[in-house]
Design a protein around this ligand. Structure first.
Ligand SMILES: [Zn+2]
Length: 442
């Protein structure tokens, strides 16, 4: 890498400013939740192909058998139609049937390491604020899709990833090695990384980079060069099935699934803390019963466990299984537990954190550069990072500071678009630096 090339990155990134904001706002207006990112993924694939990348998508990069928590087929078909009606590429959407909404763009610039960058594309299950106090609504790019909102900044991540693709393509003759850009569905609920890893998208990867807007860095100008501790997490659904009966005439003939689920919810929150580190458990939804005078025969809850380490998360989840089984037994109802997502803990490699720090310092635009920050949240990037590390590769997860209108996953969430250009420049500089490191694998 020449000094000339790194100087050019800043100039090229600045030149993308208007396009990045337009792209981000377009994605924001048409948010798509996990496994339904048909429009987003098709537009990403089209942009990657236009920039000269070899594009793989659908079943080539998402292993269907590994998918957790996918919507039913009918719902997916409706989302495919909506994606096409909202400007997605119909031919590319067709190749992602079944919710296989991952995209990978790859370009080889010569001998050298394989450097992968991962960007997530999905929105949250949330209705966006619709009043003039909320800028996306006021400026006409608020969500038009009911029940879906980009409240975690993944619209920004996707825009940044496509900006990086463009810059690296422009600098192509000055690069070596191979760049692989991974556009991942279903980060929310930690569902997308596993099926992409299982499809082989990490094969041969020497260096892996990823990041997030605004998490643990809530001011524009801040950057965290490498996250220390992702929380391991397990998402699960529990279904209780009892017997309906007349609540007045013969309640003794019923078996009450609502009471079983309610008892489970209370006692899941009573699972012991762990002496070796932080743990969490949350029952996020609970639906039960069909009518006022009917003994409730069905109850469903959605819950999640988390742990500072994968072992702590596993401890909490195993206790949770016992609580659900015990509650079911108390009321004589059947139960079933379905795992809907899972991600390990993880940590960035110091060598790659140093690469990010050097790049951030060289840019001169960051006022607060840190590393060693504890993530205190889960991210299925940790699964990808662990898979790369297990095969001798290295990686880091950076946090890109941004002023925020409200916290992540809040209906008033919005980030400062001034972070987009530095985000593109930082990822592009890091990618170039990693392309000049020795391959990690023989
Ligand atoms: Zn996120």
């Amino acid at each position: 890498m020449t000094d000339h090339a790194t100087t050019d990155i800043g100039r090229l990134a600045a030149g993308l400013a208007d396009g990045l904001i337009a792209r981000r706002r377009d994605l924001h207006k048409y948010p798509e939740t996990a496994w339904t990112e048909f429009r987003t993924a098709s537009l990403a694939a089209r942009a990657l192909a236009a920039a000269g990348y070899a594009v793989r998508l659908g079943g080539e990069v998402v292993r269907r058998e590994s998918m957790l928590g996918a919507p039913p087929a009918g719902e997916l078909a409706t989302h495919m139609e909506r994606a096409a009606a909202q400007g997605g590429d119909p031919a590319l959407i067709g190749r992602m049937a079944g919710g296989l909404t991952g995209v990978v763009g790859e370009r080889c610039f010569g001998p050298g390491p394989v450097v992968a960058l991962r960007f997530d594309m999905d929105a949250n299950d949330l209705d966006e604020a619709r009043d003039d106090g909320h800028r996306p609504h006021r400026e006409g790019f608020g969500s038009v899709n009911a029940g879906a909102m980009h409240a975690c900044g993944h619209d920004g991540h996707t825009a940044i990833g496509l900006g990086v693709a463009e810059i690296l393509a422009t600098l192509g003759d000055r690069l070596r090695g191979t760049v692989r850009l991974i556009f991942q569905p279903g980060e929310e609920g930690v569902r997308g990384a596993g099926p992409m890893a299982d499809a082989g998208v990490l094969d041969g990867v020497d260096y892996l980079l990823g990041g997030h807007i605004g998490l643990r860095a809530p001011k524009t100008g801040q950057v965290v060069c490498g996250v220390e501790g992702f929380l391991a997490t397990t998402k699960f659904d529990a279904v209780f099935t009892g017997m309906a009966a007349h609540a007045g005439a013969a309640p003794e003939q019923g078996r009450n699934a609502l009471l079983a689920a309610a008892n489970a919810a209370l006692n899941l929150h009573a699972i012991s803390r762990h002496g070796q580190g932080a743990s969490r458990i949350t029952v996020g939804t609970l639906h039960a019963g069909q009518g006022r005078n009917v003994i409730p025969a069905k109850a469903e809850l959605q819950a999640e466990t988390r742990g500072r380490t994968t072992e702590i998360d596993r401890f909490v989840f195993e206790r949770a299984r016992e609580v659900v089984a015990g509650a079911a037994m108390m009321y004589g109802v059947d139960h079933e537990i379905m795992v809907a997502g899972r991600s390990p803990s993880g940590r960035s490699d110091p060598g790659v954190v140093a690469v990010v720090r050097r790049a951030a310092e060289a840019m001169g635009c960051f006022s607060d550069i840190r590393d060693g920050v504890d993530m205190r949240a889960s991210e299925d990037f940790a699964l990808l990072l662990g898979a790369v590390q297990a095969r001798g590769g290295l990686g880091a997860y950076l946090l890109l500071g941004s002023d925020l209108a409200a916290g992540h996953h809040n209906p008033r969430f919005d980030f400062d678009e001034a972070c987009l250009v530095p985000g593109v420049e930082l990822f592009a500089r890091c990618a170039m630096a990693c392309l000049n490191l020795p391959p990690r694998r023989g």
